[in-house]
Ligand binder design. Structure first.
Ligand code: NAI
Ligand code: HPV
Length: 399
């Protein structure tokens, strides 16, 4: 019979995660470190896990941030491993950097700073050279200009609000906008029918979509052709959203005045019309703490209680503990799984107290609380059902 002893969960960190989050892992129940072997869970930020050998011991991955394109989510689906992220937890930080990007580009601040850095002489000379030179850096103001936002999720929505408060007009494009995001979006945001519609009307364009197969090179040659002349294009999403050759051609043709990106690349490096930052969008104390706390809480609940909140590949499901004996089953979303799980339990004479089952896409997940301990043979029998990806027995440890 499986023990009701305290298990020590082992957590591997692949990036620096804010200590405010990590301290939620109590030292009596968790071992946390960047060299942890046989981890039960992995915490990560931007570390590329796509080519990593993820040990079979891993039951959950927590991305302390928004984008999960660095995590092999499809491979984790095959193992029934949830990939958690922290929706919205760093959105304000990104919004603030987008605002900085708008101002840096609209006022030609980077070439202006380079210009003043190179000036030499006494105060009188510096003053004369500044006054003579400044005309080449004259910019434009934001009020009444249109900002086109592609992707109206957590970040896009905040950027829209901030731009409206700066007096800008805002146009948005998001064919998959969630009901929640739509409710939260200002009614002043004009809906674009297509990306081309948005580009025709926008002096500034900012990208806030995840990197998926469907968004790779979303900004391609054809899209760049549809831009107005001298568009300022901001990319704080991912480098792969933009075809860099198309951007370079757009700059040549005068379609793009500046490309402001959070992702340096060999092709764009040192280009006078490209402004790059070292992936700084989420690098604030507040965002790092928010993300770490949110994702750590989610991973703890999953490891200890089987609850799922904010996994990108599983449905949300949490269930109050009504008995100390709980099974958590991850399975493929195919018919008759719940029936087979219940049958295996009935065969062992187990009385089901509460059961929750939810599905999302190809994944499904079942939580079952029973009135008495679950024998190992029953766990093995459920694990052997075709379509079951993993079974975890989560008894509340005896005090
Ligand atoms: N530079 C940085 O440090 C950071 C970058 N990011 C990037 O920003 C992305 C967005 O973050 P959030 O707003 O928090 O995510 P989110 O999931 O709240 O919003 C993404 C939005 O994009 C929309 N979308 C998807 N495909 C689209 C398409 N083809 N056209 C238009 N809209 C589309 C979705 O419907 C959703 O509303 C992340 O996936 C990540 O890649 C996020 C945080 C920090
Ligand atoms: O949250 C995201 O998607 C980000 O891009 C932030 O990345 P980071 O956690 O700063 O490495």
């Amino acid at each position: 019979m499986p023990e009701r002893a305290h298990k020590i969960f082992r957590i591997l960190t692949l990036n620096q995660i804010s200590p405010l989050g990590l301290k939620l892992f109590s030292s009596s129940h968790y071992k946390v470190g960047s060299d942890t072997t046989e981890p039960d869970a992995i915490l990560v930020r931007s570390h590329n896990m796509l080519d990593m050998d993820i040990p079979p011991s891993v039951k959950a991955i927590g991305r302390a941030g928004a984008g999960t394109n660095n995590v092999p989510v499809s491979a984790m689906n095959l193992r029934g491993v949830p990939v958690f992220n922290a929706p919205g937890a760093n959105a304000n930080a990104v919004k603030e950097l987008v605002l900085a990007g708008l101002l840096i580009a609209s006022r030609n601040l980077i070439p202006a700073i380079h210009f003043t850095e190179k000036l030499e002489g006494d105060n009188e000379t510096l003053n004369r050279l500044s006054e003579n030179g400044k005309k080449q850096f004259a910019g434009i103001e934001l009020p009444r200009r249109t900002l086109g936002i592609i992707g109206l999720g957590a970040i896009g929505r905040l950027v829209a609000d901030a731009a409206l408060r700066l007096g800008m007009k805002v146009m948005g494009y998001d064919p998959n906008i969630t009901v929640d995001a739509a409710w939260n979006l200002s009614s002043e945001v004009k809906r674009a029918e297509s990306i081309e519609d948005l580009l025709r009307n926008s002096e500034f364009v900012t990208l806030h979509v995840p990197l998926l197969d469907s968004t790779r090179h979303l900004v391609n040659r054809q899209v760049v052709q549809s831009m107005r002349n001298s568009t300022i294009l901001l990319n704080f999403s991912r480098d792969g959203i933009v075809d860099e050759n198309a951007v370079l051609e757009g700059i040549e043709m005068g379609k793009i005045k500046y490309y402001v990106s959070d992702f340096p690349s060999e092709k764009l490096q040192h280009h006078a019309r490209v402004i790059t930052l070292p992936h700084l969008g989420a690098s604030t104390q507040e965002a790092e703490e928010n993300c770490a706390v949110m994702v750590t809480k989610q991973v703890i609940d999953y490891l200890e209680n089987g609850g799922i909140t904010n996994a990108v590949n599983f449905p949300n499901i949490t269930m109050e503990r009504e008995s100390p004996y709980r099974l958590a089953v991850a399975n493929a979303n195919v018919p008759n799984m719940v029936g087979q799980i219940s049958t295996a339990m009935a065969k062992a004479g187990l009385n089901i107290h509460t059961m929750g089952n939810k599905s999302r896409g190809e994944m499904a997940y079942t939580l079952v609380d029973v009135d008495s301990p679950v024998p190992q043979e029953t766990i093995d029998e459920i694990a052997a059902i075709k379509g079951v990806l993993n079974v975890r027995y989560l008894p509340v440890p005896a005090k």
